[in-house]
Design a protein around this ligand. Structure first.
Ligand code: PEP
Ligand code: MN
Length: 333
């Protein structure tokens, strides 16, 4: 249930209502907009008398929501959320590029790529240190050493870093990471989501390989329900019967998510297609349909990359994609 409070409602009046609701085991999520305050009532609201709430002097309107996700729901929070990643804003109407290799491989590699993608307009550096690989015999990432190299690259370029956490036992190592990624394979690792919800770190939550939009939103709800509101969603392709591409990029998820939730939505055309020449058209299409950002894999030497070389762009190719995407962004704005 959501209740929109009248303009001019005082804090004591609002607290009085919240107090009354809490006595009925209803917790309240407060969203303050420019003109209205929206209260999201969380708990078993079936027993709440909607007419009684409607009749209160401070209440403008009240309605029941049937969706099981509350905190991520745009109905509770009509304005777009803007997530601040160490000074870089996502969801404020700008187009952010997160670029970098699939995996951190060496100091020279990560710093070299970081400088180049920054020159092309990237606002954040990605790079995996803990890698979820389908085969246990494949390169598993440089782990803690990889994180140190990312910190080094941040020091040199100033770009905030984005990297994936696979196991909550490593959370201490991520204290200095700007933006923690939860990969597709962990989208429904609920214990991990809950622990990340207890932090204040921005979380980049990728859609699972075979998850619906509703399940995706419920996973974001896990993080937010623990108190962490800094969540960004990433569409990265889903598994379908199609085998010509690594996954099927569900671009329709972008406008749908933007309608259902106030959280920013970005797109990863690299993992979605698995093919480097497809990254550009899909990045441009993602920009056109309203994505708040694009995450792209960029490698200095794709044929020799330790991971995902076939879908990685060279820095020069990335430069061309970024230039075109910024032009598309101007057209659609
Ligand atoms: C990645 O971003 O490197 C990655 C493993 O992505 P996903 O979880 O989407 O497969
Ligand atoms: Mn990858």
């Amino acid at each position: 249930m959501i209740a929109v409070l009248k303009n001019g409602t005082t804090k004591p009046q609002m607290d009085h209502l919240i107090d009354w609701l809490s006595k009925q085991n209803i917790s309240v999520h407060i969203s303050k907009g420019d003109s209205y305050t929206v209260l999201g009532l969380i708990g078993d609201t079936a027993k709440i008398d909607i007419d009684l709430i409607q009749s209160l002097e401070i209440v403008e309107s009240v309605k029941r929501v049937s969706e099981p996700y509350k905190q991520v729901n745009r109905k509770f929070h009509p304005e777009n959320s803007v997530i601040d990643v160490s000074g870089v804003k996502i969801g404020d109407g700008s187009l952010n590029f997160i670029a970098g290799p699939c995996s951190v491989e060496s100091e020279e590699q990560i710093i070299g790529i970081a400088k180049q993608v920054k020159d092309s307009g990237a606002t954040m550096l990605r790079g995996g240190a803990f890698k979820p690989r389908t085969s246990p015999y494949d390169f598993q990432g440089l782990k803690g050493e990889g994180l140190k190299l990312l910190f080094e690259a941040r020091k040199v370029t100033g770009l905030p870093i984005v990297t994936e956490i696979m196991n909550i036992n490593t959370l201490d190592l991520f204290e200095d990471v700007d933006f923690i990624q939860v990969g597709a394979r962990n989208m429904q690792n609920f214990d991990l989501l809950k622990e990340l919800g207890k932090t204040k770190k921005p979380i980049l939550l990728k859609r699972g390989l075979a998850n619906t939009i509703k399940e995706f939103l419920m996973s974001a709800e896990y993080i937010m329900s623990e108190g962490n509101e800094n969540v960004v969603l990433c569409e990265r392709g889903i598994r379908t019967y199609e085998t010509a591409t690594r996954n099927t990029l569900d671009l329709s998820a972008v406008p749908m998510l933007k309608k259902l939730t106030h959280l920013p939505v970005i797109v990863d055309p690299s993992h979605a297609t698995g093919i480097s020449w497809m990254v550009e058209p899909m990045a441009l299409a993602a920009t056109a349909c309203g994505a708040d950002g694009i995450m792209v894999e960029v490698h200095n030497d794709p044929p020799h990359a330790l991971c995902d070389g076939a879908q990685s762009l060279t820095p020069e190719q990335f430069d061309s994609v970024a230039k075109k995407a910024f032009k598309i962004k101007e057209v659609v704005d």
